[in-house]
Design a protein around this ligand. Structure first.
Ligand SMILES: [Zn+2]
Length: 333
């Protein structure tokens, strides 16, 4: 199953890259129509390079350095001429940017760092969505800060003020994310107050910034972990598919654990939660590794349900945002 998902994804990327290349050719042709001198200069550059390549073969040292110098001067002359024409026409370096969905990998899905080839973040995120299935991104795509509607909340002014402050904190989380300065967030409060909605808004913005985001209900996260541990302890054949899911809980730039407190709890699950939190806190010093937890529990309930050890990890490492207004419900339109 995992192999199918990955090969399907690779096909998608190959198509995406083809599309980007045809858009690039189209834009180039448009530009050459508008500025015919550009086409002439490109031709001159091509023939200059061709001649240089022909002549350099078999040339002695003195002649080579003469050829190199001539080629360097002539080509840089042409390039500056071309750049000046582009600049005068108001065309900047970003002219071809619209060809690509992802500027980082130019829609190839991969980037080269030195002589290493690495998956682009956009590819990782797509793989994640494909492997975890749409069920894990149920409402997220439609959730944006722009769609946040204060009029859906009741007339309780204190509750309105509370939710607006929380929204501002969420936006601050997003704006500081790239610099690594965002704090982990704990959303605590009764159901129906917009916790999942705001998690979705954050997720969308962070994905847009090019980071990997995993949204998982606590029960599912813990199931993935127990499954992984079960296979490990039993020397079973653990497949790449499961490993990817498991590893991603630790590796993604933003993990959103939804609905903590609704899962059936056990001793091994306490330690799973601890290992996720501790490992992510430690990783955060080397790369961006933030966590958002959403729960219907209050702080004292967390201490009671998850023991002192888990409770103190959360209180010490998360900014706690209390969603208030028990009798307040989001009106669904
Ligand atoms: Zn990319």
């Amino acid at each position: 199953m995992n192999k199918n998902i990955i090969s399907q994804l690779n096909i998608e990327y190959a198509q995406k890259k083809d599309l980007a290349e045809s858009r690039l050719i189209f834009l180039k042709e448009e530009l050459e129509k508008k500025l015919p001198e550009i086409k002439l200069i490109s031709k001159e550059l091509a023939s200059l390079t061709l001649n240089y390549c022909k002549n350099i073969v078999g040339a002695d040292e003195t002649y080579s350095s003469q050829l190199n110098a001539e080629y360097r001067d002539a080509s840089s002359n042409l390039i500056s001429k071309k750049n000046k024409i582009l600049k005068d026409a108001g065309i900047d370096d970003g002219y071809y940017d619209s060809c690509y969905e992802c500027l980082v990998c130019k829609d190839s899905g991969y980037i080269s760092i030195g002589n290493r080839v690495k998956e682009c973040k956009c590819y990782t995120q797509k793989k994640l969505e494909a492997l975890f299935g749409k069920s894990n991104f149920p409402l997220l795509k439609a959730q944006t800060f722009e769609k946040f509607d204060i009029s859906l909340y009741s007339d309780d002014e204190a509750a309105k003020k509370n939710i607006l402050e929380i929204k501002a904190e969420c936006e601050k989380f997003v704006s500081k994310f790239t610099s690594g300065a965002s704090k982990n967030l704990l959303f605590s409060g009764s159901p129906g107050l917009g916790k999942t909605f705001l998690s979705g808004c954050i997720a969308n913005e962070i994905i847009e910034l090019g980071f990997s985001v995993l949204y998982l209900p606590a029960s599912e996260m813990l199931n993935i972990m127990s499954r992984h541990n079960f296979f490990q302890f039993n020397d079973g054949v653990n497949n790449e598919y499961d490993d990817f899911k498991y590893n991603f809980i630790f590796d993604c730039n933003l993990l959103i654990i939804d609905d903590l407190g609704t899962e059936v709890i056990s001793e091994s699950k306490y330690s799973s939660i601890l290992s996720v939190l501790d490992s992510r806190f430690a990783a955060d010093s080397a790369r961006i590794c933030k966590t958002i937890i959403s729960t219907n529990l209050g702080i004292s309930d967390i201490f009671e349900r998850y023991t002192e050890r888990v409770g103190s990890r959360i209180v010490g490492n998360f900014d706690i945002l209390g969603f208030r207004g028990d009798d307040l419900r989001l009106k669904r339109r």
